[in-house]
Design a protein around this ligand. Structure first.
Ligand code: EPZ
Length: 418
């Protein structure tokens, strides 16, 4: 079982290119199924969740060629309509293939998706929305047997929660449906905008992506296209957190600062100097970070739940006490116990976590509990005196391309031990 050996206390500085967004590239790959054509998806991150998505497409009969970070996806031929349980369990995004497969084949057999264990992670919004569009779903023995008579039909869908995945599933299913679909209370994340941009390039007619109401007018046919995945805003927040906790100064290249609209002010409040231009973020953190006011996770454009663990690691060495309120997932504090092994003083009460900052963390064996929780313990280890062992690296490779090599290029001392 491989692990990182991280020697803390090294200041990070230099330039880092932010790779393509995991949470955009995954629904984009599912959406290629609608085109029965060839698409080139550029700037794909080389991460294991994408490998899982490629395996699903290949299982369905599609051809995929990889040229660096570009995936050439040929979905002209589909030879089956099911996704095996072991593939469904590999990640959360597998559920977003449902809308694409039923739109193309009018039937599909899947089980429940996997992904980080952040709580129940139900799919009721996905299922109820697609049922409103005419999908019939029979659940038996943990399997969803889905079919429609003819095509999916446009519908007026009001989401009880602005679910990212459900918004994506509906957009994909509605692109070739009969008639118009309106999503109210839609998710507004940048990844939704990126998916709509790809689909519109393929000939879809989607308006309002990025707002709370999205209107999709179904069309007869879609064709392939070339599309570049947006930068990963959570990876950007990860490197900013690493800079802050090591009192470093780094330049993030190929990033969209507007996608971090509610994250950048937090770094400024803790005392970092942050400047931006259209594709860069410059962050410099000279002294010990100051505790910030309460961080409440919210749907975009609020503070992203995926950055909560990252900022908690930084606040564990802040001057003062900070409060986190996790409003999106019911169990997203597993990293708190791991940070506590490094000496962090964190009290968790339900969805509230109180972090009393200490001067410096101390090395200890810790493990990644999930993708972003794992990134948080690595950020903590960059500050901890001594050598910290981090295990559970499979979680990390799901969403970060070459994380330790990139951190070492910035001045970290991380050894990968097999
Ligand atoms: C996406 O997950 C992201 N994953 C998550 O990132 C991210 O944390 C989340 O959006 C919120 O921004 C991908 O895009 C692959 P949701 P998703 O549907 O779509 C509840 C990471 O670290 N809900 O917006 O699953 C759900 O339980 C990952 O990169 C229902 O109740 O998120 C949660 O409490 C972690 N029923 C809330 O909504 C449903 O049918 C938000 O979920 C669907 C969701």
């Amino acid at each position: 079982m491989s692990k990182y050996i991280i020697e803390g206390g090294h200041k990070l500085s230099g330039e880092v290119k932010v790779h393509g967004a995991k949470n955009s590239s995954l629904p984009l790959l599912a959406a290629t199924l609608l085109t029965a054509d060839i698409s080139a998806i550029e700037n794909c991150p080389q991460i294991t969740d994408l490998d899982a998505a490629k395996r699903i497409l290949q299982h369905l009969g599609c051809e995929i060629k990889q040229e660096g970070n570009t995936l050439i996806v040929d979905t002209s031929v589909i030879t089956c309509d099911d996704i095996p349980d072991e593939l469904m369990r590999e990640m959360r995004s597998s559920i977003v293939f449902l809308g694409a497969i039923v739109s193309r084949l009018h039937q599909c057999k899947i089980s429940f998706p996997g992904g980080c264990e952040l709580g129940a992670r139900p799919i009721d919004l996905h299922v109820s929305s697609l049922q409103q569009m005419g999908l019939k779903i029979e659940e038996q023995h943990g399997c969803l047997d889905c079919f429609i008579d003819g095509k999916l039909k446009g519908a007026n869908i009001a989401l009880s929660f602005p679910s990212v995945g459900a918004t994506e599933n509906i957009m994909i299913a509605a692109a070739l449906a009969d008639g118009e679909t309106t999503i109210t209370n839609a998710a507004r994340e940048p990844e939704i905008v990126d998916l709509a941009a790809y689909l519109n390039k393929c000939g879809a007619r989607i308006k309002g992506a990025g707002e709370s109401t999205i209107v999709i007018s179904g069309v007869e046919k879609l064709h392939g296209c070339t599309h570049r995945v947006i930068p990963d805003r959570i990876v950007a927040a990860t490197f900013m957190s690493a800079a802050a906790i090591t009192r470093g100064d780094i330049v993030l290249i190929d990033v969209n600062p507007r996608d971090l609209i509610s994250v950048i002010p937090i770094f400024e409040e803790m005392g970092c100097a942050v400047t931006t231009d259209s594709s860069h973020i410059y962050i410099r953190c000279d002294g010990r970070p100051k505790a910030v006011r309460t961080i409440r996770t919210m749907p975009y454009p609020g503070f992203p739940t995926d950055s909560q663990a990252l900022l908690m690691a930084v606040m564990s060495v802040a001057d003062g006490t900070s409060v986190f309120v996790e409003n999106i997932f019911e169990n997203r504090y597993k990293h708190a116990a791991e940070l506590a092994r490094l000496g962090a003083k964190i009290k968790v009460e339900g969805k509230v976590a109180i972090v009393e900052g200490i001067e410096q963390l101390l090395s200890a064996p810790v493990r990644a509990t999930d993708l972003r929780g794992g990134a948080a313990v690595i950020i903590g280890a960059l500050n901890a005196i001594g050598k910290t062992e981090v295990s559970g690296l499979a979680h990390i490779s799901r969403g970060y391309q070459n994380l330790h090599e990139t951190l070492n290029e910035l001045g970290a001392q991380i050894l990968l031990e097999d």
